[in-house]
Design a protein around this ligand. Structure first.
Ligand SMILES: Nc1nc2c(c(=O)[nH]1)N[C@H]1C(S)=C(S)[C@@H](COP(=O)(O)OP(=O)(O)OC[C@H]3O[C@@H](n4cnc5c(=O)[nH]c(N)nc54)[C@H](O)[C@@H]3O)O[C@H]1N2
Ligand SMILES: Nc1nc2c(c(=O)[nH]1)N[C@H]1C(S)=C(S)[C@@H](COP(=O)(O)OP(=O)(O)OC[C@H]3O[C@@H](n4cnc5c(=O)[nH]c(N)nc54)[C@H](O)[C@@H]3O)O[C@H]1N2
Ligand code: SF4
Ligand SMILES: [Mo]
Length: 672
């Protein structure tokens, strides 16, 4: 059969949503490479996706519906037909709705596939059903809230601005792994002479590009930012002209800074005051400073506030109005598309209860009235959500009817009563709305679904049919729904000329025009250093401690360069390169406990005990321990992974996860 190349877009929960070219014969994918015509990603894709064909044609893919025949979690299933699976699910749900009410059914999903229709259409289905609502806040909601509190709906800076920055702070972002095209912008700036500073909890792969590295105590960034602000004020290094024109509340904010003397607070941050002063001094002298803010530092009990304190620095410097600087890490493109046509928020019933996804362990075990059925798609909570041990206890409940729509036999899928086979992004069409650069792209189906796999959209349409839902939406094909969304997004035609719109419809990545950087979309029209809508306690950015805990070591869980959350943990080539489930420990902390590099260690707190291999390294700050990557239970030592050590507590704003705000103790163990 003849082969040819087709355009596509990476579907994963990653800011870049790289443009792809797929070599295919319509049945099989032979090769995948970056699309050189993509305006931002320009032909370069990460090591995980340059062999996407190994994921698509992985022999471990689930290709038929399955029904559990063994005990929950044992992983014994038998193939059934789609009709049998859909009848089984709809019969169960009809009975549950009649006996307990629709709210005893819970959808559980996140970003397995980020594209509009596959990601959002499940919401429409479950609003229509009247199920419990899910608060989807595991990732960066606290960062978003902190940002909003000071900048409202203002668009975050396009990362390409960094290319012309002379000073870049990479503040808690492992961009070399997680934001590779923004990282390219930093590399270019460095070549032009920019000074690069990294503020982190450990020396990530980004360290290699940094001129200065500041390892801070986790959760202390707000204090550090305010100390820098204090120094700038004391030394008259502020952009007064900018503040007078564009910043609300700057005088009151400056008056509040007297508590943030570096000599007094350096210890909270785990730094020397001279280091903070040096940082403040060089930052304030920069002409075009940029700050790239990652999400990890917002996953603390004080996460939103820390983000707000960091952004405040760019209000003082004036870089928020600059085309060559600003705040990178909070961009969205979804505004340009009418995505509500996929998620139908207007179908949401009033007074339905909401369950936070970070507290799914408690919800499955303790909620009253209980959850009687959970439908899990686009997500793998047994590996990625905090409180792993509790989640597994919940998923084992015999009276819980669990359906999992998945591509692989994940740890979550093992607990299903029914598993439905999911397709991959080349097996359906969709609309990409990246969150790391201002490009929209349509993707069209490249090959037919493998085996009996079906897309999220197709499954929701079938479930609607079996549940007797009559809305016309469920009769549309994925392409028809995509067309409808594009047709009913009038902004698109205002933002683009005809040529750009046609290119978009033909599947090319197309840039959205940039906003005016001095148009601040807040209620006052200015950057709101003081936010009058917050309570008295929080209206001024200030430092507040994180949750911490009673154990001596702060645990941080960081992304791994070879995997993406639990995605790609099915790929043997990548997993081999990733190696064992390690805990990175500072030599002093290891010595104190008689731990040597390569020893097995038991990490524990009130939630669980998890075995790791010790990686004793100077890359970590004393007092912190780092676990990179999400592992499957089969890749762990005692069946549990780092998320078993995580609490289900939420952030200060945004109800997000606090995955980096937990404490543990470790000891050497004789694990065989
Ligand atoms: N290769 C790869 N790419 C990915 C992912 C992946 O797992 N692997 N995940 C994807 C997803 S879902 C997301 S949200 C993004 C995330 O991309 P990033 O924002 O880069 O990653 P995070 O884990 O959110 O945070 C990064 C860093 O925050 C640091 N950190 C934690 N607490 C603190 C703190 O209190 N202060 C400071 N200064 N730093 C702190 C951690 O050490 C970590 O290095 O990446 C996406 N891309
Ligand atoms: N320890 C630790 N925990 C973390 C993180 C961390 O860095 N460390 N990161 C956190 C962050 S930032 C996030 S965003 C969450 C992410 O948590 P999850 O959303 O659970 O992310 P993934 O692990 O990528 O799981 C996505 C699942 O969706 C499936 N999938 C992919 N495409 C489709 C599809 O089209 N249809 C269906 N039905 N399924 C599909 C994949 O096979 C995969 O199993 O994890 C969080 N948990
Ligand atoms: S995972 Fe991220 S970096 Fe890799 S191809 Fe996808 S969008 Fe690009
Ligand atoms: Mo995320």
């Amino acid at each position: 059969m003849k082969t040819y190349w087709k355009r596509s877009v990476c579907p994963y929960d990653c800011p870049d949503e790289c443009g792809l070219l797929i070599k295919t014969n319509g049945k099989r994918v032979f090769q995948v490479k970056g699309d050189p015509k993509h305006p931002v990603t320009k032909g370069f894709v990460c090591r995980k996706m340059n062999h996407y064909e190994k994921t698509i044609h992985n022999p471990d893919r689930i290709l038929t519906p399955l029904k559990r025949i063994g005990k929950k979690g044992e992983g014994h299933f038998e193939p059934i037909s789609w009709h049998e699976a859909l009848e089984n699910i709809s019969d169960h749900w009809k009975q549950i709705v009649q006996q307990y009410g629709a709210q005893s059914i819970l959808p559980y999903s996140y970003g397995g596939n980020e594209h509009t229709i596959q990601n959002k259409s499940g919401e429409a289905f479950f609003y229509r059903l009247g199920a419990s609502n899910l608060e989807r806040t595991i990732c960066a909601k606290a960062k978003g809230e902190g940002y909003k509190q000071i900048l409202g709906a203002t668009q975050g800076t396009d990362p390409s601005a960094m290319e012309n920055s002379d000073f870049i702070i990479i503040w808690g972002c492992n961009a070399a792994a997680t934001y590779i095209h923004a990282y390219q912008n930093i590399v270019k700036a460095k070549k032009k002479g920019a000074h690069i500073v990294l503020i982190e909890t450990y020396q990530t792969p980004v360290s290699s590009i940094a001129d200065e590295i500041y390892l801070v105590k986790p959760g202390s960034d707000g204090a550090l930012a305010l100390c820098i602000a204090y120094y700038m004020k004391e030394n008259h290094m502020l952009n007064y002209d900018f503040m007078k024109k564009y910043v609300y509340g700057w005088e009151e904010f400056l008056d509040s800074l007297d508590h943030y003397v570096p000599e007094t607070l350096a210890e909270i941050c785990g730094l020397e005051s001279a280091q903070i002063e040096w940082l403040a001094n060089t930052f304030s002298k920069a002409q075009h400073p940029s700050i790239l803010i990652g999400s990890g530092l917002s996953r603390h009990g004080n996460g939103a506030m820390n983000v707000r304190c960091i952004i405040a620095l760019q209000a003082l410097s004036g870089a928020l109005g600059d085309r060559f600087g600003g705040v990178i890490g909070e961009l969205s493109t979804g505004y340009a598309l009418n995505r509500d046509l996929a998620s139908r928020p207007d179908w949401r019933l009033p007074n339905t209860r909401t369950i936070n996804m970070n507290q799914i362990g408690d919800a499955l075990c303790n909620l009253d009235p209980p959850i009687k059925s959970i439908y899990i798609y686009n997500v793998n909570p047994a590996n990625t959500a905090p409180g792993q041990a509790k989640i597994i206890t919940g998923l084992k409940r015999e009276d819980l009817f669990t359906v999992v729509h998945e591509r692989f036999m994940t740890d979550t899928a093992r607990y299903a009563d029914i598993i439905l086979p999911a397709d991959t992004s080349v097996e359906h069409s969709d609309l990409a709305t990246p969150y790391g650069h201002p490009v929209l792209q349509r993707s069209y189906k490249v090959i037919d679904p493998l085996g009996e796999a079906k897309s999220n959209w197709d499954v929701f349409c079938l479930l609607a049919e079996y549940m007797g839902f009559e809305e016309t939406m469920w009769k549309l094909s994925c392409e028809e729904l995509a067309d409808q969304i594009v047709d009913e997004s009038p902004q698109l035609k205002q933002l683009w000329n005809e040529d750009a719109f046609t290119r978009y419809q033909n599947g090319y990545g197309v840039l959205l025009p940039a906003d005016d950087p001095l148009h601040f979309k807040t209620p006052s029209g200015k950057i709101e250093l003081i936010n009058e809508r917050l309570g008295r306690e929080d209206r001024i950015p200030h430092y507040k401690g994180n949750y911490g805990g009673k154990y001596p070591l702060s645990l941080v869980s960081a992304p791994h360069v070879q995997t993406l959350n639990s995605t790609f943990t099915d790929r043997k080539d990548l997993i081999e390169k990733r190696g064992n489930m390690c805990l990175m420990i500072h030599p002093n902390d290891a010595d104190e406990r008689g731990i040597k590099d390569g020893n097995f260690v038991k990490a524990y707190n009130d939630h669980a005990e998890v075995i790791f291999k010790a990686s004793v390294t100077e890359k970590v700050k004393q007092g912190s321990v780092i676990a990179e990557g999400v592992f499957q239970s089969g890749q762990s030592y005692n069946g549990l992974t780092v998320n078993a050590l995580m609490s289900q507590k939420l952030t200060d704003y945004g109800n997000a996860s606090t995955l980096n705000d937990n404490t543990i103790e470790i000891e050497k163990t004789k694990f065989e």
